[in-house]
Write a protein that binds this ligand. Structure first.
Ligand code: CAA
Length: 380
């Protein structure tokens, strides 16, 4: 067993840290206020290879492993979780989904653009009446011979307005339950496909979240991903990897808040000394660091499982469950250590606290992760 990162991993982590400090930090508060994320930053993330981290270079990707992916996710998330969710969805839901399950023609046409950041992707599973209960898809895709006709509504879609290509999960035959579901690639601008207004959110406010409407949208048959009826398995397998990305995002939010709290506690004085010298604060720091390190081990273990070709359904769910809990709890502590300053925007920790909450909700709530973990345990 070796707990050290390789030279290459350290270089990748440092490159992501440098980008986060120099490019993401300036303007992060303004982007959160304005609910905006500029195209110029998306382009830069693409140029650095952050939008196709694990994709094979023959499809334009960076060809890195999952450990590299989580290191990059942690560093970006320390500073701007709105940027990192875009990176996570594009990498682990869209690019991975296409590379693992798409046809060669789909990879050439779509993956090559998504992996370089020339195009952005979105993953459309959630619906007003099918969130945690993902099998209950109401969006329908009716087989019309050489095309499918898609009707329905998808909501809370990350990159919803910005994306060029959308992976849409829909029910083709409701009598077949989870085996009657398919996944399709839908291009922006297809007639009948409309993007609703942007959501006004508690956290990750810079990220682009929309409801999508499909009214008689014609999708050519060659845009179905995988065999007929494989869409639910596609969504579940893809989400297992996505959960490693969100776990790394939660880890980054927690460690970003911890680093700010540690720095502040060494500068701020009360009762004649820096507040880190008071046991009330020192013990908080000790607990924060310990919890964050425990989360880091689970995140790296899930990434390692994926890289080794092991089943990672359970380890990714455990990493997400635990890291998101740590993110929520430790960002609250970081605000507490900052006192009144923690409650104002310029100190960053209140944003990290707001951003932490979504990590317990998207890509499967904490309750769903417990279903996945317990089913995995019972099956073993
Ligand atoms: N890999 C392969 N196959 C899988 C699988 C996996 N990880 N998980 C389930 N399956 C298969 C099952 O084996 C089963 O197949 P058989 O019928 O052949 O045995 C089939 O899929 C149905 O599985 P279940 O019976 O387990 O299905 P269920 O209805 O009990 O639901 C669930 C399982 C885990 C609760 C699932 O519905 C789930 O994960 N829900 C949460 C959905 C979610 O994460 N949504 C997030 C939205 S995306 C998002 O947030 C993106 C964003 O923009 C940030």
């Amino acid at each position: 067993m070796n707990f050290s990162l390789t030279e290459e991993h350290l270089m990748i982590r440092d490159a992501a840290r440098d980008f986060a400090q120099t490019e993401l930090l300036p303007g992060v508060i303004e982007r959160d206020n304005a609910q905006k994320f500029p195209d110029s930053l998306v382009r830069k993330m693409g140029e650095l290879g952050f939008l196709g981290i694990m994709v094979d270079p023959k499809y334009g990707g960076s060809g890195m492993d999952t450990i590299s992916y989580v290191l990059i996710m942690e560093e970006l998330s320390k500073i701007d979780a709105s940027a990192s969710v875009m990176v996570s969805v594009n990498n682990s839901l869209v690019c991975y989904g296409l590379e693992a399950f798409g046809s060669e023609a789909q990879k050439q046409k779509y993956l090559t653009k998504l992996a370089t950041g020339e195009s952005i992707g979105a993953f459309c599973l959630s619906e007003p009446e099918a969130g945690s209960d993902a099998t209950s898809q109401r969006t329908t895709a009716i087989d019309k011979g050489d095309y499918y006709l898609i009707n329905g509504t998808k909501n809370w879609i990350t990159n919803g307005g910005r994306a060029d290509f959308y992976l849409v999960i829909a029910q083709t035959d409701k009598h077949k339950g989870s085996h009657g579901i398919n996944a399709f690639i839908v291009e922006k601008g297809t007639p009948g496909f409309d993007i609703g207004p942007k959501e006004d959110k508690l956290g990750i406010r810079g990220s682009d979240t929309h409801t999508l409407q499909f009214n008689d949208v014609k999708v050519p048959k060659e845009n179905r991903i995988g065999d007929d009826g494989s869409g639910f398995r596609f969504a579940m397998k893809t989400l297992s990897g996505g959960r490693i990305g969100i776990a790394a995002q939660a880890l980054g939010i927690a460690s970003g808040a911890y680093e700010l709290a540690l720095k502040y506690s060494k500068e701020r004085k009360a009762f004649g000394t820096e507040i880190c010298n008071h046991q009330a604060i020192a013990f908080k720091l000790a607990d924060m660091y310990t919890e964050i390190e425990a989360a880091r081990m689970l995140v790296l273990k899930a990434a390692w499982d994926k890289d080794q070709g092991n089943n990672y359904d359970k380890s990714s769910a455990m990493a997400k469950l635990y890291a998101s809990k740590v993110a929520m709890e430790q960002t609250v502590e970081a605000v507490q250590i900052h006192g009144g300053n923690g409650f104002v925007k310029e100190y960053h920790v209140e944003r990290l606290m707001r951003d932490a909450k979504i990590t317990q909700i998207y890509e499967g709530t904490s309750e769903i992760q417990k279903i996945v973990i317990s089913r995995g345990l019972i099956k073993e």
